[in-house]
Ligand binder design. Structure first.
Ligand code: ADP
Ligand code: MG
Length: 250
């Protein structure tokens, strides 16, 4: 019998360089289905690079990386696995990255039709359901520039969910938002977490992290310094670097 625990991400001794800059150093990270992992750390510590490696947006040089049993190879030599992973992993960025020339509904239906081969009517039905779920069904025919930042980010979330991802990555999804719009995006993410979506979230919203995370990972200069359940990491950080980071942000 195979009693190895199921893992949706399995990263072993991963190293990433940008030229002479060693950005990720021997990273070991495993994520189980349904887990919500929040990644915290100072600006420039490697958080974005780490999660971008998971869907192959960044190449790495050494180490092993498996995402939903598809192996991503070093130096970007992943071939077909990369296509599969891009289809199965959704991502929401700080800048919403919507297609400006497409309406909200077309932003959401494009990939399911092109990549998954869904019919227009199936894609439309799903898109409408998702827009309702993120609370903006009345905005379906607008263009991104006609929406607030919070609405655009919820469209971006709906667009990612339309592909029925197995894993969702979030890179500071509320950092570009006006303060009054942060809550509506966090609410949508909170719902998703409750429904059991596997999520890796880079955020500076520590209250949100404490509330939704099963595990918090603290990164310092490309290394995982410390990780644990939120109450442990926030209330009794073991490492001096974690303590001084939290003292600055909490
Ligand atoms: P964070 O998301 O924690 O702020 P990043 O992962 O964006 O950190 O960046 C980690 C380090 O890698 C930083 O020193 C950054 O300047 C550098 N870096 C990020 N992207 C690139 C790139 N495309 N080319 C060169 N250096 C980069
Ligand atoms: Mg970043």
């Amino acid at each position: 019998m195979n009693d190895t625990p199921q893992r949706i991400v399995r990263m072993q001794q991963l190293n990433k360089h940008f030229g002479s800059l060693h950005v990720l150093k021997d990273i070991d990270m495993e994520i189980t289905p349904g887990e919500v992992v929040v990644v915290i750390g100072a600006s420039g510590s490697g958080k974005s690079t780490l999660i971008r490696c998971i869907n192959g947006l960044e190449e790495f040089q050494t180490g092993k990386l498996e995402v939903d049993s598809n192996e991503l190879l070093p130096h970007g030599k992943s071939g077909k696995a990369l296509q599969t992973i891009r289809t199965e992993v959704g991502m929401v960025f700080q800048q919403f990255n919507l297609f400006p020339h497409l309406s909200v509904i077309d932003n959401i239906t494009l990939a399911p039709m092109k990549v998954r081969g869904w019919s227009a009517s199936d894609a439309l039905e799903t898109a409408k359901r998702l827009l309702e779920r993120v609370g903006i069904s009345d905005q379906a025919d607008k263009y991104p520039s006609q929406l607030s930042g919070g609405q655009q980010q919820r469209v971006a979330l709906a667009r990612a969910l339309a592909m029925e991802p197995r894993l969702m990555l979030f890179d500071e999804p509320t950092s570009a938002l006006d303060p009054e719009m942060i809550g509506e995006v966090l609410d949508a993410m909170r719902e998703l977490a409750k429904e059991g979506m596997t999520m890796v979230i880079v955020t500076h919203e520590m209250g949100f992290a404490r509330e939704v995370a099963d595990r918090v990972i603290f990164i310092h200069q490309g290394e995982i310094t410390e990780q644990g359940p939120p109450e442990q990491l926030f209330d009794t950080p073991q490492h001096e670097r974690t303590q001084s980071f939290l003292a600055r942000v909490l």
